[in-house]
Design a protein around this ligand. Sequence first.
Ligand SMILES: C[S@@+](CC[C@H](N)C(=O)[O-])C[C@H]1O[C@@H](n2cnc3c(N)ncnc32)[C@H](O)[C@@H]1O
Length: 232
Amino acid sequence: MGVAEAFDAVAAGYDAARRRLVPCFDAFYGTAVEVAAPPLRAALAAGRTPEVLDLGAGTGLLSSLLAAAVPGVRLTLVDAAPKMLAVAAEQLTGRGVPHRLVAADLADPLPAGRYDAVVSALAIHHLDDSGKRALYRRAAGALVPGGVFVNAEQVAGPTPDLDRRYHEVWLAQVTALGSDAAEIAAAEQRMTYDRPAPVGEQCRWLAEAGLAEVDCFFKAWRFAVFGGRAPD
Ligand SMILES: C[S@@+](CC[C@H](N)C(=O)[O-])C[C@H]1O[C@@H](n2cnc3c(N)ncnc32)[C@H](O)[C@@H]1O
């Protein structure tokens, strides 16, 4: 089974488990929305429909939160898992949010267009480091001037000891939030596809990709929100 099949297999129950498996859910996704929102609001103020590209969008969690925070956006969701995208389509259609779905790998060329925000949550860590760097370059190149890239991501600890500590803390937190042994085992099985990188290195890669004002805006152990802005 590949990573897309692993997520398709849990697509129906994916959203319900998120608040247990991402212990800092509100601050994590909320920060990503805060980082992405300003250029979207600026586009609306200029009379344009803001364009958002969500990489590894899954069931559209981050896209939905963005559409709720900035009504009027148009979303493009990319993911390799068609059942995850089908859940996203149902939810976005139900809420009347304009969107298009692109079933593709994150190594493929990005959907044509220029975007006010390129966003991603918990997806790019499935690529190896050269794949991440290449994707960051393509994402930076797909932004309008002043557009924002933000990645709400699972990151590696900067040392093996800290990385082990990240996992211990995660296990304790998800257990306290009510994840049972089966849910934790299934999440750990999906984590065998993970190739996370430390947040410091990834911020450097974003700067190398040409983004300005690169920063880590939120971090709680393995969960980090980082990004940057395309120069005007
Ligand atoms: C943990 S889910 C995150 C989904 C959503 N962004 C969220 O925040 O809930 C990871 C998603 O990334 C997708 N994904 C992983 N590797 C991918 C790749 N190489 N190409 C396209 N999608 C990929 C999976 O199919 C899955 O839907």
